[in-house]
Design a protein. Structure first.
Length: 160
């Protein structure tokens, strides 16, 4: 199987599980039938694959100005729109939709990380090397011992 098919299938499963968990946690976010959950999962996955990149591109200036705070609002609007279209799927308010969208995103990310399908990785290195920058910043901290000086380097990159 091509890797894109596996990635999309993983996206479908993660979306379904995260929607199910979110509906179990909130009273204002509910699926009356399993069919509604499955239809919402498929439609939300298709929207995330094909439509969401275009929406994010169109709202990029607004996302930059708001420091990304518009993205959960867009996700909540998408969920609310799906709730209007799909029978037996309901969201009580727009704020519930935003909060549910945040929770769906967090749970999906945790599932991607657990499955090893996440696109980013973080490496943390601890060393006792002394660079001129670390010495310059550490001299401002009174009582900081030079022999206990360590540097923690955090590197976040996208997997290729």
């Amino acid at each position: 199987m091509p890797s894109k098919v596996i990635a999309n299938f993983t996206n479908l499963i993660a979306t379904g599980i995260s929607l199910w968990i979110t509906s179990a946690l909130f009273d204002g976010f509910s699926f009356d039938t399993t069919e509604a959950l499955l239809i919402t999962t498929v439609l939300l996955t298709l929207i995330n694959i094909f439509v969401k990149p275009m929406i994010l591109l169109l709202t990029l200036p607004l996302a930059v100005v708001s420091l990304g705070l518009i993205i959960p609002i867009i996700n909540g609007a998408v969920l609310l729109g799906l709730a209007e279209v799909i029978p037996n799927f309901g969201i009580t308010s727009f704020f519930q939709a935003i909060f549910a969208a945040l929770l769906v995103s967090i749970i999906s990310t945790l599932i991607y990380v657990a499955l090893g399908r996440h696109k980013t990785f973080v490496s943390v290195k601890n060393s006792t090397d002394f660079s001129s920058d670390s010495q310059r910043f550490s001299t401002h901290n009174e009582g900081f011992s030079r022999k206990n000086k360590t540097t923690i380097d955090v590197d976040v990159r996208e997997k290729k």
